[in-house]
Design a protein around this ligand. Structure first.
Ligand SMILES: [Zn+2]
Length: 69
């Protein structure tokens, strides 16, 4: 099973889970129980870690700006 990175829409908690594609939409935040958004970082980790770091100030930091930033 692949490991996906998630970020909570409510509290911003980031975590990763090993889930099937069918189950990833059912994941909830372990901190507050809110819905989470899947992060794209696991697909773009190779060679782009520094680019992600530069996105910390972006409004969508870590939650979707990805390589489009
Ligand atoms: Zn949360």
């Amino acid at each position: 099973m692949p490991i996906f990175d998630f970020i909570c829409k409510q509290c911003g908690h980031k975590f990763d889970r090993m889930v099937s594609n069918a189950e990833k939409n059912k994941i909830r935040c372990p901190e507050c129980g809110a819905e989470v958004k899947q992060m794209l970082s696991s697909f773009s980790t190779a060679g782009s870690s520094s680019a992600r770091d530069n996105c910390q100030g972006c409004a969508a930091a870590g939650a979707g700006c990805g390589l489009r930033h």
